[in-house]
Ligand binder design. Structure first.
Ligand SMILES: Nc1ncnc2c1ncn2[C@@H]1O[C@H](COP(=O)(O)OP(=O)(O)O)[C@@H](O)[C@H]1O
Ligand SMILES: [Mg+2]
Length: 236
């Protein structure tokens, strides 16, 4: 049984059919990416998985139960955590307060401080800046903070929306190093990226979304080698 099993998922904005009945699976401990051009439906898919948008059709099963109709906070409680596009850092809260927000639904103090230590270990930069407000951080640091905040909820499935967006090349490299580290520690990740090469190089399998439909799926290495995928998404 997969950790995440999506069947026939459709998501609409009024009359706009943004996601048109997609199937996808993610196994526990696996890193899977969803790549596609701007407007393909990647963010819409992740928001529907997190419970921020309703499914117009289809089903979402997680850890063996249907979660299709669960509200966002109920999905968060069972370990589904979204790191949104554009990062969503609270600009007036300090780094430490932003991280606390990630643990708001938890009561296990010892676990929370262990996780905080883990996050500061992954991102020493955040520890150095723990008393600074989120708004004063660079784009790369805000992306770290957003990822760190998600980790503070102790997720079982991390949904990452365009972690590389708007970042300088060095910051992109850093954030992907950390993503690979988290993956190596056993986290299950569904990664959405326009930067298809980077995403595929960090994943075991990938799905290609075009106009709200999945048009290819394969092992990441096979997608990286596919002439069609190379021509359309890898600039080669
Ligand atoms: N709030 C919205 N209202 C109406 N249409 C939307 C909204 N958000 C996204 N869309 C449309 O849905 C489609 C998929 O968008 P999105 O999921 O953001 O794509 P991606 O993340 O792959 O760039 C696009 O055609 C986009 O214009
Ligand atoms: Mg998007």
């Amino acid at each position: 049984m997969s950790l995440l099993e999506v069947q026939g998922l459709a998501v609409h904005y009024g009359g706009i059919r943004a996601v048109k009945g997609i199937d996808l699976q993610v196994e526990e401990g696996e890193v899977v990416c969803l790549i596609g051009a701007n407007g393909a439906g990647k963010t819409t898919t992740l928001r529907a998985l997190a419970g921020l948008l309703p499914a117009a059709a289809g089903s979402i099963r997680y850890a063996g139960s249907a979660v299709t109709d669960l509200p966002v906070h109920a999905r968060a409680r069972i370990g589904i955590s979204l790191v949104p596009e554009g990062r969503g850092v609270f600009p007036r809260l300090t780094v430490a307060e932003n991280l606390d927000m990630g643990a708001y639904s938890r009561r296990d103090r010892a676990g929370i401080s262990a996780d905080l230590e883990h996050v500061y270990g992954l991102f020493p930069r955040l520890y150095e800046r723990r008393a600074q407000t989120g708004g004063t951080l660079s784009g790369g640091e805000q992306q770290m903070l957003s990822l760190g905040r998600a980790l503070m909820s102790r997720p079982r499935l991390l949904l990452l929306d365009e972690p590389s967006m708007g970042l300088a090349p060095l910051a992109v490299q850093k954030i992907f190093e950390t993503i690979r580290l988290i993956a190596d520690q056993g986290m299950t990740l569904l990664l959405v990226e326009q930067n298809a090469r980077l995403a595929l190089e960090s994943s075991r399998r990938g799905y290609v979304l075009e106009g709200g439909c999945i048009v290819h799926q394969d092992d990441a290495a096979a997608l990286l080698a596919s002439p069609k995928v190379r021509a359309a998404y890898l600039g080669a």
